[in-house]
Design a protein around this ligand. Structure first.
Ligand SMILES: Nc1ncnc2c1ncn2[C@@H]1O[C@H](COP(=O)(O)OP(=O)(O)OP(=O)(O)O)[C@@H](O)[C@H]1O
Length: 244
């Protein structure tokens, strides 16, 4: 199954518990090609766990998660299909950004010539030959984002991609994501920076304590809050403000 009617990302009835903590409780959403979906929610709401299940990094207790109609593990070309940023702290500290991207390109089976333009786009051209251990948080985030793009994927799954980025980096990310979606790509991103989400996402899903408490197009959801995503979000999550 890989027709144009199949959502790029589909999550249905996803459920996951860690001991007595229900991290994700019957979460469902889809992301169509050409769309950006923002996954919002308080700390501990289940956003990262949902993304990890989608990417086959955490087992699924119940429900299904698929990319272009298949579970991640059954994708014929996972690196060429999905780019992901889950934890920019996971980069090898002794490697340079250029080495890191070249290795990623080799693993994805793509031409190493793709690496330099990606480094330049991410604003890393000047620092690409320094060890990642000398990088700031925002620079690591830029490496992680550039790495996610190496395989020329059609789907991006990004956990707090703006974390640590300066204003120029945030603008680069926004422009990159809109361009990616305009080219037919699908993006799932989590973020606590609601002003940024309002600018880049077509739709949002709000989770609290593992459950979906709101979802839809940003314009529709915020109609009673003067178009203010933050006001809508804070109203919706007020009862679940206590983190777990
Ligand atoms: N490996 C784990 N072992 C035990 N509990 C976990 C584990 N991973 C997540 N949890 C719990 O599952 C719940 C959801 O966590 P998750 O990281 O998915 O939240 P989140 O929405 O991504 O939060 P944040 O916004 O703080 O990143 C939390 O209660 C968390 O403590």
């Amino acid at each position: 199954m890989n027709t144009h009617d199949t959502p790029a990302i589909a999550v249905h009835g996803l459920h996951k518990a860690y001991g007595h903590t229900v991290a994700v409780d019957e979460v469902s959403f889809t992301v169509a090609r050409g769309r950006v979906l923002g996954l919002l929610g308080p700390n501990g709401a289940g956003k990262t766990t949902s993304m990890r299940m989608l990417l086959g990094l955490a087992s699924i207790d119940r429900g299904q998660a698929s990319i272009h109609g298949r579970p991640y593990a059954q994708l014929a070309d996972p690196v060429g299909t999905v780019g992901a940023v889950l934890d920019a702290g996971g980069l090898h500290p002794g490697r340079t950004a250029r080495q890191h991207l070249r290795i990623a390109a080799a693993m994805a089976g793509v031409d190493a010539a793709r690496v330099d333009p990606l480094l330049d786009d991410a604003g890393l051209g000047q620092s690409a030959d320094r060890a990642i251990r000398t990088y700031s948080l925002g620079m690591r985030q830029r490496v992680a984002l550039a790495t996610a793009l190496v395989g020329d994927p059609s789907v991006l799954v990004l956990d707090e991609p703006a974390n640590g980025l300066d204003p120029a980096g945030t603008r680069w990310l926004r422009t990159m994501l809109r361009g990616f979606a305009a080219g037919g790509g699908a993006v799932l991103l989590s973020s606590h920076i609601l002003a940024e989400v309002a600018q880049v996402a077509d739709e949002v899903v709000v989770v609290a304590r593992g459950r979906v408490v709101g979802s839809g197009r940003v314009d529709d959801l915020t109609v009673h809050h003067g178009g203010d995503l933050e006001a809508y979000y804070l109203d919706l999550t007020a009862e679940n403000a206590e983190v777990r």
